[in-house]
Write a protein that binds this ligand. Structure first.
Ligand code: NAP
Length: 239
């Protein structure tokens, strides 16, 4: 049974990835930081469905905690770097603290997790790394410069690491979601949601399942010829 570690899996996209992977026969490690009750509830619901699941707390923006996390899981076959935060601010209002937190949570976390997970994958000559970027990392989002920079960095990390690990049986890919209805977008008012739908060719916003399905596809044994790619799951918002 292949092991999958999903960072930030207590809520939203990460939680749906955990559910979908578990229901498809993977051994799922649910990482969380502060939403303990949600993570435990997800774990219990998966165990009740006879799935293989574990729940594990770690701040993935901290390299020490990430190393301990990968020690506790005993490595992983599949790593989904999903944990992230967002913030809307005028560029000139972004403080040093805002910047550092954004980069460490959305980008350094993936660096720490990949670095800690790779020795296990290299030993096995097999691995899948799936980084959850954003369409704002592809095209840039106004009033989200620090978020866009972190997500663009994740795309660069993906492409370069894919080159380096090509011969190791390890694929490294990105998913770049469009607007997905999770807590991250709970601040949007009805008018914002309508405007976003109007700007999306499908006329709809995405669901966590849209992203989880893409992750499941990239993790598949048979997806071995796909590496270094950015898969947009955005209803055609960015093409
Ligand atoms: P969400 O509902 O706000 O959930 C974020 C998750 O990240 C939570 O499980 C949270 O855990 C976890 N997390 C945050 N900081 C963490 C840390 N330092 N260590 C460990 N876990 C941490 O967000 P979402 O919408 O599902 O987003 C998931 C990913 O998709 C993010 O990388 C986001 O940037 C990306 N994305 C989302 C959208 C969208 O429209 N929703 C679009 C493009 C990309 P706790 O609650 O336990 O703290």
């Amino acid at each position: 049974m292949k092991k999958v570690l999903i960072t930030g899996a207590s809520r939203g996209i990460g939680a749906k990835c955990a559910e979908l992977f578990a229901l498809n026969g993977y051994d799922v490690w649910i990482n969380y930081l502060s939403s303990e009750k949600a993570a435990e509830a997800l774990y219990t619901s998966l165990i009740d469905k006879n799935c293989s699941a574990h729940v594990i707390k770690a701040d993935v923006s901290d390299s020490y905690q990430v190393n301990k996390l990968l020690e506790k899981t005993g490595g992983t076959d599949i790593l989904v770097n999903n944990a992230g935060i967002s913030q809307t601010k005028l560029f000139t209002d972004i403080s040093d603290t805002d910047w550092d937190k954004m980069i460490s949570t959305n980008l350094s976390s993936a660096f720490y997790c990949c670095r800690a997970a790779l020795p296990f994958m290299i030993r096995n000559h097999w691995g899948r790394i799936i980084n959850i970027s954003s369409m704002w990392g592809q095209v840039g989002g106004s009033c989200e410069v620090h978020y866009s920079a972190a997500k663009a960095g994740l795309i660069g990390l993906t492409k370069a690491l894919a080159m380096e690990e090509g011969l190791s049986g390890i694929t490294v890919n990105c998913i770049a979601p469009g607007v997905i209805m999770t807590d991250m977008n709970s601040h949007l008012c009805e008018n914002d949601i309508k405007a976003l739908k109007d700007d999306t060719p499908t006329g709809t916003l995405g669901t966590p399942e849209d992203i989880a399905r893409a992750a499941l596809f990239l993790a598949d044994e048979k997806s071995s010829f796909i590496t270094g790619q950015v898969l947009g799951v955005n209803g055609g918002f960015v093409v």
